[in-house]
Design a protein around this ligand. Structure first.
Ligand SMILES: NC(=O)c1ccc[n+]([C@@H]2O[C@H](COP(=O)([O-])OP(=O)(O)OC[C@H]3O[C@@H](n4cnc5c(N)ncnc54)[C@H](OP(=O)(O)O)[C@@H]3O)[C@@H](O)[C@H]2O)c1
Length: 243
């Protein structure tokens, strides 16, 4: 029987691409907070479900997740509404989803969380960073401190959970350019942006990669075919979230 998959942040730019790819193989439900987006969800052959990360209780999410094998979280405040809303959606919304998975009666779905590259303890600069990485990291941290802080708190919270399986995808800057089918995956440099098509592609592949459990995966523009790079990354088994 085909997997049942649920996507949180269903009307997002990545999520719509992801649902389109997944719905060729799986039964996909996309969670939105605004019923006027239902048609766009049906247009990518997914089923809409209206729930808000800010307003709906954990129990509604647990109920929605029951019977699903995979939950994707690709929601975010997108910098709208100030730090309070970033905290509400990117951190508290993510934690609500983690708690809701733990609250599922019976088999718990696996979670694939979309975070971002360079989310880390600000005091620990990864050993592979070069001068350009350090300069770009500094620029991100100065430009979007709340986003980076609350994504970090969410990733830290998830990385301590053991009640369900999870993986974290950490894309670099996103573009709407057509996908190339290639990327640089794993400990890489920060500078090359990556297309949302390619992010959706790697997310869709992760639906079948239970062996990526416990791994955080850096993902930026590059030249390695995505299937090959993902497979090599998982076989190596070295997470990119350094705490
Ligand atoms: N932009 C970048 O360069 C970049 C880089 C790395 C990682 N990321 C991350 O990648 C992920 C996907 O990016 P994207 O471009 O697809 O983002 P996006 O288009 O802004 O989509 C985010 C989705 O989250 C939804 N959302 C916001 N508040 C919500 C709430 N209270 N309840 C339910 N849903 C809510 C939004 O719904 P509405 O349509 O109702 O607003 C929107 O559909 C995000 O987590 C982002 O932080 C982005």
């Amino acid at each position: 029987m085909s997997k049942k998959i649920i996507v949180i942040g269903g009307h997002g730019n990545v999520s719509l691409r992801l649902a389109k790819l997944l719905s060729t193989t799986y039964s996909v439900t996309s969670v939105i907070r605004d019923a006027s987006q239902e048609k766009d969800i049906r247009d990518v052959s997914a089923t809409p479900l209206v729930l808000s990360l800010e307003d709906s209780p954990v129990s509604d999410f647990s109920k929605a997740f029951t019977g699903h094998e995979v939950v994707y979280f690709s929601a975010g405040a997108g910098g709208k509404g100030g730090e309070e809303r970033t905290k509400k959606v990117d951190y508290e919304g993510a934690v609500k989803v983690f708690d809701a998975i733990e609250g599922v009666d019976g088999p718990k779905p696996r979670l694939i969380l979309v975070s971002a590259i360079d989310i880390r303890d600000p005091e620990k600069i990864p050993a592979h960073y070069n001068e350009d990485d350090i300069a770009l990291s500094k620029k991100y941290r100065e430009g979007m401190p709340a986003y980076i802080h609350w994504k970090y708190e969410a990733d830290k919270n998830l990385s301590k959970r053991t009640a369900f399986k999870w993986s974290i995808l950490r894309p670099g800057g996103l573009t709407n350019d057509p996908g190339t089918g290639t990327a640089s995956i794993g400990r890489t440099h920060l500078t090359k942006p990556v297309s949302r098509d390619d992010v959706a592609k790697v997310l869709a592949l992760l639906a079948e990669r239970e062996d990526a459990a416990g791994l955080a995966i850096d993902f930026v523009g590059g030249n390695t075919p995505i299937e090959e790079g993902l497979d090599a990354f998982i076989k190596k088994g070295e997470t990119d979230f350094l705490g």
